[in-house]
Design a protein around this ligand. Structure first.
Ligand code: SF4
Ligand code: MG
Length: 329
């Protein structure tokens, strides 16, 4: 059978005055019901743009899908009619963003904003929408939901605003929730609470989730699989456990070595040297080669394609096997 959501060889470009930036260069991934996929990468790696393409919210122009497919329940969203896409986006697939404050309208009470979605898209009456808005605020564990429904966004803390945005995203019972850096703007304690909430909701509602983040630290307890992005490509894809245990791409290995480990004292954290590539001039061969400690001449000359390592693991590295064996711990 097909997957709930599947991207096939997606290419996205930005047209700029200086030239064409190739921001997504053949991304494929899939998501099944109830599953959580973490999409990990530095800023500019293409992880948010991929999500924007799914949601149909690429800034056009200059950003556009050059080729590829975005299949939802087997139907390509890119070739559906505007009306058919609207049925899917926001309803079947919902998205939350890093910055709740700018996603919410400052001049309307939060309950009204949650209710607006229900009135507009589910045709609910004012009273029903209001009752459902309170239920949704309860669901995301906003204390005293019934009392707070008339409050404005600025009257909530950052974490509570994020919960309001999650409530809005859940209003139409989506099957897929895309969370783009949902905790980046929050302090560490609140981050953990929001991640716990998302994990609980995913289970309770049996949603599938795409969790986009630059922070490998937040995905461990939440995701089933991780897709690591670099220069608009998925360079490594694996289940969380095997990826943590033995990354098979030097970039992933570098990311893992740059986060503190609970079980190692007095460790020296390393960082990945160099900068992400200019997407208008992506390096030849392996796009990671200027930063890679494993680089060989073949890396400069030949683009690596997915090396399949078993258990559904893949790595876009000529030396994936060696890197994995080298990083096994
Ligand atoms: Fe490094 Fe070469 Fe692997 Fe690229 S293909 S990640 S340059 S070893
Ligand atoms: Mg982003």
């Amino acid at each position: 059978g097909g997957h709930l959501l599947e991207l096939r060889d997606l290419h996205v470009e930005f047209r700029t005055n200086e030239g064409v930036a190739r921001v997504i260069n053949g991304v494929s991934y899939h998501l099944d019901a109830g599953e959580t996929l973490a999409v990990l990468g530095e800023s500019g790696s293409g992880k948010s743009v991929t999500a924007q393409a799914i949601m149909g919210i690429l800034d056009t122009p200059p950003a556009f899908v050059r080729s590829g497919q975005i299949l939802y329940q087997g139907q390509d969203l890119l070739t559906r009619s505007e009306e058919q896409r609207r049925q899917v986006r926001g309803k079947e697939i919902a998205m939350i963003f890093q910055d709740a404050l700018s996603a919410l309208n400052p001049v309307f009470p939060v309950g009204w904003q949650i209710g607006e979605t229900l009135r507009q898209r589910a045709g609910m009456s004012r009273g029903d929408a209001r009752r459902r808005a309170i239920e949704l605020m309860d669901l995301v564990k906003i204390p005293g939901a019934a009392k707070r429904i008339g409050d404005y966004p600025h009257q909530f803390s950052g974490g509570m605003r994020q919960r309001v945005m999650i409530a809005m995203a859940l209003a139409l019972d989506p099957k897929v929730l895309i969370a783009d850096e949902p905790t980046t703007a929050l302090d560490v304690t609140v981050q953990a609470q929001i991640m716990d909430l998302l994990a609980d909701l995913r289970r309770e509602l049996n949603m599938a989730m795409i969790l986009i983040t630059h922070d490998l630290g937040v995905v461990a307890g939440v995701a089933d699989r991780i897709a690591v992005m670099y220069a608009g490509r998925i360079v490594e894809h694996a289940d969380v456990r095997s990826l943590y245990k033995a990354p098979a791409h030097p970039y992933t290995k570098g990311l893992l070595e740059s986060i503190p480990r609970m079980d190692v004292r007095g460790q020296e954290l390393s960082t990945i040297k160099g900068l992400p590539p200019n997407l208008m001039r992506i390096p030849s061969g392996c796009p990671f080669h200027p930063r890679c400690p494993y680089v060989q001449q073949v890396c400069v000359d030949v683009v690596p394609h997915d090396l399949v390592l078993g258990d559904g693991r893949t790595s876009e590295c000529h030396f994936a096997q060696e890197v994995r064996d080298d990083s096994a711990r």
